[in-house]
Write a protein that binds this ligand. Structure first.
Ligand SMILES: *Cc1c(COP(=O)(O)O)cnc(C)c1O
Length: 456
């Protein structure tokens, strides 16, 4: 500390700069995405197949190839609570790393629920309300998505039911309390509220749950309750679309800073914050602009992009969802409870998976202890305590900056700090007291998952 700050640190846009449209990468993709298949027939699904789950406006967005999809005014109004989000230059972190690299981060932790998730929770609640839906069912892992949807439900007057993965429900009681404060009903998953949950509990009464199981429960809830639709916080194309406000703002803010990134990094669980930051930049490349190195950072404990296979798989454990082609560890994936870093989904968004398959993006996996170390260093230099998930992006950014030091290169690095860690202090406590262990996903389990994939 004690350093005088002569250079600009924070790049702020005013409200008129909240984007007026979302950026739809489908307009610019070099290759069309593989079709989504019906789980029963194996044939490509149509919009009608999704109608029981989602409102029509969201289904239209999934099939649209328009480059720009207008953001409704009530959604922009709600975005005004916390958007545009700030972009920071991490001068103090750069100094601590003694690197010639310039490190920038887009900070999404200033939203009401503390992450990027309200960027899609708000429009999902809005469109459902507009089409007469009264109740939404959803799943949540670490609790960030549940909190975001609970907030959006309160804002638009919708009832929210959240199936929360049991291990998180037990480890993160304050996330549950936040959801309940917003008015949502929260149950641990597997729960006794669905037939599927009861069947899992009958086999394994102490089951710690998984996102795949919680998704199955939320979908069963949706199709068995009239007036209810399903909502999800990652993976699906329209979720990624809504997150592109992040990248669009970052393009303007990097212009304010007078720089262009060489490397752009996001952590990837289902792929939405990663896509939100990087797709608008990738779109410029696909339309003939310069290429950037774009890196998805994921945990060694759930390494779908780096160790999974690119194949058709189910999005949930009960095999109720359509089949999508994606990088997957198999829909039976159960994360190790020792893993504290989030990003535990078995698959990856089909769009992000396609980009990895065609070589437009890279992926790296990182161990959780190194991530938490980077998180602590970031808190001590930049002041913001990152959520465990974005410490994966941070760790990769730090490695890039250290490499630039070795080679004496002036590298410009941009990463997404997609949430704060104020609800993750027990994970930080375990890290600080030396209780966290690294966990590498075993090769045998990757092979077993591959063998169990559905045949299409
Ligand atoms: C939900 C969440 C993630 C993982 O989801 P993505 O769709 O991959 O972005 C990552 N970071 C934070 C802070 C989250 O809330």
């Amino acid at each position: 500390m004690g350093r005088t700050m002569t250079k600009q640190t924070k790049f702020v846009l005013d409200e008129e700069h909240i984007p007026r449209s979302w950026y739809n990468i489908a307009a610019d993709l070099p290759q069309a995405p593989p079709p989504v298949l019906h789980p029963g027939t194996g044939q490509p699904i149509g919009p009608g197949d999704l109608a029981p789950l989602f409102p029509m406006e969201l289904i239209k967005q999934v099939v649209s190839t328009e480059r720009e999809i207008e953001i409704p005014e009530p959604v922009r109004d709600a975005y005004r609570l916390y958007r545009p989000s700030p972009l920071f230059r991490a001068h103090r972190l750069e100094q601590a790393l003694d690197t010639p690299a310039h490190i920038y981060y887009k900070y999404e932790g200033g939203s009401p629920s503390g992450s990027h998730k309200p960027n899609t929770a708000i429009p999902q609640a809005f469109y459902n309300k507009q089409e007469g839906v009264t109740r939404l069912a959803t799943e949540t892992g670490a609790g960030q998505w549940g909190s975001a949807l609970a907030f959006a439900g309160a804002a638009f007057g919708l009832e929210i039911k959240v199936y929360m993965v049991r291990s998180s429900y037990d480890q993160k009681p304050y996330r549950r309390v936040l959801m309940e404060t917003y008015g949502a009903e929260v149950v641990p998953s597997p729960s006794v509220d669905t037939q599927y949950g009861r069947s899992v509990l009958a086999d394994t009464p102490a089951h710690t749950g998984s996102l795949g199981i919680a998704i199955s429960e939320a979908i069963e809830d949706t199709v068995t309750h009239p007036g209810t639709k399903y909502s999800l916080g990652s993976v699906f194309d329209f979720v990624l679309l809504h997150q592109t406000v992040i990248g669009q703002e970052s393009i303007e803010q990097m212009e304010m800073a007078g720089e262009e990134p060489d490397v752009i990094i996001g952590c990837a669980g289902g792929g939405s914050n990663f896509a939100g930051l990087t797709f608008p930049w990738l779109g410029r490349t696909f339309r003939g602009g310069r290429a950037y190195r774009v890196i998805a950072a994921e945990p060694e404990a759930a390494p779908s992009l780096t160790r999974g296979v690119y194949a058709y798989d189910f999005g949930d454990t009960a095999k109720m969802t359509p089949l999508v082609k994606m990088y997957t560890l198999g829909s039976g994936f159960i994360p190790e409870p020792i893993h504290a870093g989030g990003l535990r989904y078995h698959g990856m968004s089909p769009l992000v998976s396609l980009l990895k398959d065609i070589g437009a993006i890279e992926a790296q996996s990182v161990h959780q202890r190194a991530c938490f170390e980077a998180g602590v260093q970031f808190a001590r230099t930049e002041g913001i305590l990152p959520a465990p998930e974005p410490t994966h992006a941070l760790k990769v950014a730090v490695d890039e900056a250290l490499e630039a030091r070795e080679s004496g290169e002036e590298r410009v690095i941009l990463f997404n700090l997609c949430g704060h860690g104020h609800f993750d202090l027990s994970a930080y406590e375990r890290h600080l007291s030396g209780q966290l262990e690294d966990y590498e996903y075993p090769a045998e389990r990757v092979e077993a998952a591959l063998a169990a994939l559905p045949r299409v």
